[in-house]
Design a protein around this ligand. Structure first.
Ligand SMILES: [Zn+2]
Length: 75
């Protein structure tokens, strides 16, 4: 498994990019797949996406970490 740190970005302007949020504030990955990459919050090391392949994540997707509320993008 390869762990990849996401990049922390400012909150995107509403409607400009797809933003994944966990409204229930559950600390769990947004995506669980069968690839060999783990994407990790760039601030707190929480797992954003687990066992995924790169093509599973849209390049403009933004994930708000349910643990620290930071906005993450994949590189
Ligand atoms: Zn975090």
């Amino acid at each position: 498994m390869v762990r990849i740190n996401c990049r922390i970005i400012p909150e995107p302007q509403e409607g400009t990019r797809p933003i994944y949020k966990n409204n229930e504030r559950k600390i769990e990955p947004f995506i669980v797949g069968e690839g060999d990459l783990d994407y990790i919050c760039g601030k707190c090391d929480n797992v954003i996406a687990q066992s995924v392949s790169r093509s599973q994540i849209a390049s403009d997707a933004v994930f708000q970490c349910p643990n620290c509320q930071s906005f993450n993008e994949v590189e």
